[in-house]
Design a binder for this molecule. Structure first.
Ligand code: FAD
Length: 325
């Protein structure tokens, strides 16, 4: 059987998450001369996401559709992934470091007694070894890891760090619908009641506008939403702002919140506590708006605006509107 790398295409409300495409690029960085096999799980017709995985570089796709896969459970996903691993015997498996990836991969690794490198932000080849870089100590340092030669290479990658390949709609490949009897689940998710969120998904956004306690109220966040709309970004928050009830905890960024790595992070009225930085320090460009020139956030910022956010934000919004007009 020829060597192959298995990547997992993750559906969210029927649409592939962007990190699914990034797993294909990661697989090519590990070995561009082997087959990239994608697995797409869900309930219903999975032909379209399967074809998208091919456009982004997968050579072959296995789809598994089952009523018990309509909502994620670690048991259901675990059963399918392990069955495909057993049939296909990939040399490596790559999945996104999403809430699903974080949950299911350790379960599979422990069941099959495999090593797992989680949350990789870069992959390099050194003397034929595949070296993964991953953040440690809440993003204050990085470590490089290799997997033992004799082991299957099993890793999750952090969204937004390994760029997906350019899609090519002319690419073709086999899509195989596989029957898996997903059964004996001890947990069945009956219904998912989603909190109302608007716009771009925070953890995959290219631009994040985050507000802190300095924003002072729920109404104060309206300007952040307006800026995010103008820039096509998402709104995030510090825990200070969430604790003060200015916004929902689903927006919290940091050690106990979401980890984001956008191209542009604008911190508005955020002091820059270490626990907050843990969730955004790998952003490519950081802009801070704060009235206190001694605020810690300026130590990490690429650009700093010392000023009252209630004056700076309207000016910024006005200028961007003028640019776009
Ligand atoms: P503050 O520290 O109060 O800062 C507000 C800032 O706004 C100040 O710098 C001030 O100068 C500025 N400001 C005020 N008015 C204006 C104005 N008009 N214009 C411009 N600037 C203004 N925090 C997180 O964010 N995420 C986490 O995941 C997280 N996890 C934690 C886990 C643990 C175990 C602990 C102990 C703490 C955690 N925290 C976390 C909390 C963290 O320590 C800070 O308390 C929090 O980040 C502070 O939020 P803040 O910067 O919004 O508020």
């Amino acid at each position: 059987m020829s060597e192959k790398i298995l990547v997992i295409g993750e559906l969210q409300q029927g649409v592939l998450r962007k990190v699914s495409y990034e797993t294909i690029a990661a697989a090519k960085q590990i070995n561009e001369n082997v087959e990239i096999l994608a697995l797409v799980l869900g309930d219903g017709d999975l032909q379209q996401p399967a074809e998208e995985m091919i456009h982004y570089g997968a050579d072959r796709v296995i789809t598994v559709s089952h009523a018990n896969l309509s909502n994620y459970t670690s048991e259901g996903y675990g059963q399918v992934i392990m069955e495909v691993m057993e049939d296909e015997k990939p040399s490596s498996i790559i999945m996104g470091h999403t809430s699903v990836g974080k949950d299911v991969t350790p379960k599979i690794a422990s069941r099959l007694e495999l090593g797992l490198i989680s949350d990789a932000v870069a992959i390099e080849k050194e003397d034929d070894q595949v070296v993964f870089t991953r953040p440690i100590y809440s993003g204050k340092a990085f470590e490089k890891k290799v997997m033992k030669d004799d082991g299957l290479l099993f890793a999750t990658i952090r969204p937004n760090n390994i760029s997906a390949l350019e899609p090519d709609a002319s690419r073709t490949g086999d899509v195989i619908a596989k029957e898996v009897d997903v059964k004996d689940l001890r947990t069945i998710v009956k219904e998912v009641i989603r909190k109302k969120t608007e716009g771009v998904d925070l953890s995959e956004a290219k631009i994040v506008i985050a507000g802190g306690r300095g924003v002072k109220s729920t109404e104060g966040f309206n300007a952040l939403y307006e800026l995010a709309d103008l820039l096509g970004g998402a709104v995030g928050a510090s825990r200070g702002a969430c604790d003060a009830d200015y916004c929902d905890y689903s927006l919290q960024i940091g050690q106990t919140g979401k980890v984001v790595t956008p191209d542009l992070y604008i911190a508005v009225g955020i002091s820059g506590a270490i626990q907050h930085m843990a969730g955004m320090s790998n952003s490519k460009v950081i802009v801070a708006i704060n009235s206190d020139e001694e605020a810690n956030i300026f130590k990490m910022a690429d650009y700093g605006i010392v000023g009252d956010l209630f004056e700076v934000l309207p000016l910024l919004i006005k200028e961007i509107k003028l640019e776009g007009a």
